[in-house]
Design a binder for this molecule. Structure first.
Ligand SMILES: [Mg+2]
Length: 204
C-alpha cells in the first residue's frame, strides 16, 4: 500500500526562523524586534513599501544568514520514526533564490530524511507584491498529493483543510493564534505532540 504523505514546513517548524530573522533585522536595519513580533508579512512588520521589502529580502537572502538558523533538536528523532510509515516531503515558501542554501541546511541538520527531489518551493514570495501575503501552499499540496501539512502559518493550514486534507498547525506562536479552528486543523505545540498525534493516527 502506498504510504501517506506528510508535507512539512521549514521556518518555525524545523528552523528557528523568527529568532534568526529578527536578530539579522536588528543588526542590519536597526529595528528593535523580538521573535514574538515576527510576521511573515514583512512590509507590515517593517512598515516599509514592497520595493524596500524586496531590497531587504535580497540582502537577507544573499547574506547566508539562513545557513546559521538553529534547527529544532526535537524534530529529527520524530522524523526518523515517521519516515518508516510515511513519505516525508518539505514544502516551503522560501524563495527559489535560497534553494541551494536551504537544501544544504536541511541535509546538514536532518540527514537522511529528505532528498533534493522531496524539497519543494511553493513560489509564494518569489515576486513580492500586494498579493503575496494572500497566496497559500494549497495548490502545491494538492499537486503533490500530500495527505497532511505541518505548518505554523494559519492561512496555509486553513487552505489545506478547506481542500479536505489534514493540517497540523504547529507551535503556539503570537502569529498563529485563532479563536476557532476547523475540525481538519489540529494544533500541536511541539514535535513530541506530533509524534503522539501520528501514533494515534496509526491506531485508528
Ligand atoms: Mg513556517
Amino acid at each position: 500500500m502506498k504510504k501517506a504523505t506528510i508535507a512539512i514546513d521549514i521556518d518555525d517548524v524545523l528552523a528557528d526562523n523568527a529568532a534568526g530573522f529578527v536578530a539579522f533585522s536588528n543588526a542590519q536595519w536597526g529595528t528593535n524586534l523580538r521573535p514574538e513580533d515576527y510576521d511573515e508579512h514583512w512590509a507590515k512588520l517593517w512598515r516599509v513599501d514592497h520595493e524596500e521589502v524586496e531590497r531587504r529580502a535580497n540582502q537577507l537572502h544573499e547574506s547566508g544568514v539562513l545557513n546559521t538558523y538553529r534547527h529544532n533538536d526535537a524534530a529529527l528523532p520524530v522524523l526518523k520514526r515517521l519516515s518508516v510509515d510515511y513519505d516525508l516531503i518539505i514544502v516551503t515558501s522560501r524563495r527559489l533564490q535560497v534553494r541551494a542554501d536551504t537544501t544544504a541546511w536541511i541535509h546538514k541538520h536532518y540527514p537522511g530524511i529528505f532528498t533534493d527531489e522531496t524539497i519543494h518551493f511553493a513560489g509564494i514570495w518569489d515576486t513580492i507584491d500586494a498579493q503575496s501575503i494572500h497566496r497559500t501552499k494549497a495548490d502545491v499540496i494538492e499537486a503533490l498529493g500530500a495527505d497532511y501539512l505541518i505548518d505554523d502559518q494559519l492561512k496555509h493550514c486553513q487552505a489545506v483543510a478547506a481542500a479536505g486534507r489534514t493540517a497540523i498547525l504547529f507551535g503556539d506562536y503570537t502569529w498563529n493564534q485563532a479563536d476557532t479552528l476547523s475540525k481538519r486543523i489540529v494544533r500541536l505545540n511541539d514535535w513530541a505532540a506530533v509524534q503522539e498525534f501520528f501514533t494515534n493516527e496509526a491506531g485508528r
